[in-house]
Write a protein that binds this ligand. Structure first.
Ligand SMILES: Cc1cc2nc3c(=O)[nH]c(=O)nc-3n(C[C@H](O)[C@H](O)[C@H](O)COP(=O)(O)OP(=O)(O)OC[C@H]3O[C@@H](n4cnc5c(N)ncnc54)[C@H](O)[C@@H]3O)c2cc1C
Length: 338
């Protein structure tokens, strides 16, 4: 490979998506990652992998849906295991008003009845009278998706150097893309960590084809099928930067939600309990900030997989401008400031 023009620091979803987009635009790039293996020490390993722009629209800024909608095609093209089965939103009968409130805040869904719920997810037959079906949404297995991006980079001759810790100012390339996630706080003082906890279980007696969100006024949760009887149950959203293991309270709440969705989860094996801090800016929207030849691509918050493609496009566009290359993307979404 030619001497790299750009270095990407960090091989989480932001770094890999940025590196691949730069390589696809013909920029010689390499990636450095301080972890010893892919995903080691990265928040991206913990994600649920929901590509759910319209579900997210119910609780976040409109830009999330606008930017996230295009990411489903981006992933499907680069990661054929992306599952395009939509997503389902349900609520316990006593929380039925939550469904109506959720529906009022978003779009691109169908109200469905118990028969249609049973058709889509036979294991949920008879459990919910009404639900919302977002047919245009998708999901993926984040760890396999990261591996697919790494392999796409390898095919393009892009090196990922593991076990290398680099500060942006020490990189010698013409363009430096800082994708260090929360570790970039030295350069981005308004970046904060939002704690998320999740559980992975194996429940061979339960079968789901798509993510299911369970609405609850205090603790909305979701269950994402990973295939072969494995499910990720996530995720808490706690304004805390405490690192460390999942608390008993969170584990109980996550497992209770799964049990409420289907009692067969009571017999599941717990495979993993995990926690990490999502990197977020004050408005919870991602951003590319330029400082000389350094581009800080960060703030993916709870939308790492959903918004990494658009963050990567914006980053590549800024890199091309540093390199005085013509920009191919004229329609990049612009960040709106409040
Ligand atoms: C429980 C949970 C559930 C989630 N669910 C979803 C979901 O369903 N859908 C979704 O889209 N998002 C989800 N997210 C959010 C998503 O995981 C994050 O937004 C995303 O991982 C942030 O990616 P990143 O690449 O910016 O950071 P990271 O993944 O943390 O990557 C940063 C990388 O930089 C490396 N690094 C740091 N400093 C250096 C250095 N000096 N030199 C070299 N390397 C360095 C780190 O080792 C790390 O690998 C979830 C998060 C959590 C915690």
């Amino acid at each position: 490979m030619a001497d790299p023009t750009a270095v990407v620091i960090g091989a989480g979803v932001a770094g890999l998506a940025c590196a691949l987009t730069l390589a696809e635009r013909g920029i010689a790039v390499e990636v450095v990652e301080r972890g010893r293996t892919l995903g080691d020490g990265s928040c991206s390993r913990m994600a649920g992998g929901m590509l759910a722009p319209w579900c997210e629209r119910a609780t976040t800024e409109p830009q999330v849906a606008e930017w996230g909608a295009s990411s489903i095609g981006w992933w499907a093209e680069r990661f054929p295991e992306t599952v395009l089965n939509g997503s389902l939103v349900v609520a316990q009968p006593r929380e039925a008003a939550e469904l109506t409130r959720f529906a009022a805040r978003t779009e691109r869904f169908d109200w469905i009845d118990a028969d249609r719920v049973a058709e889509l997810e036979p294991d949920l037959a008879g459990r919910f009278r009404r639900a919302l079906f977002f047919r245009g949404e998708a999901h993926l297995d984040p760890r396999r998706a990261l591996a697919a991006l790494a392999s796409a980079l390898q095919q393009r001759g892009v090196a990922i150097r593991f076990g290398v810790e680099l500060a942006p100012q020490d990189a010698g390339t013409e363009v430096v893309v800082d994708c260090r996630g929360l570790a970039a706080r030295d350069a981005l003082p308004d970046l904060r960590g939002v704690r998320g906890e999740m559980v992975v279980v194996r429940a061979p007696d339960v079968s789901l084809d798509r993510p299911v969100r369970m609405l609850h006024p205090r603790l909305p949760l979701y269950i994402v099928p990973r295939g072969e009887g494995v499910f990720m149950i996530g995720a808490t959203m706690i304004e805390s930067e405490r690192r460390g293991p999942v608390s008993v309270r969170s584990a109980v709440e996550l497992l209770n939600a799964a049990y409420a969705l289907h009692p067969a989860f009571a017999e599941a094996d717990i495979l993993e309990l995990g926690a990490d801090l999502r990197p977020a800016f004050p408005d919870n929207l991602p951003e590319v900030r330029r400082s000389g030849r350094v581009l800080h691509a960060n703030g993916l918050y709870r939308h790492g997989f959903l918004l990494a493609p658009v963050l990567a496009r914006k980053t590549a566009d800024a890199a091309q401008s540093i390199l005085h290359m013509e920009t191919s993307d004229a329609d990049l979404p612009q960040r709106r400031r409040a």
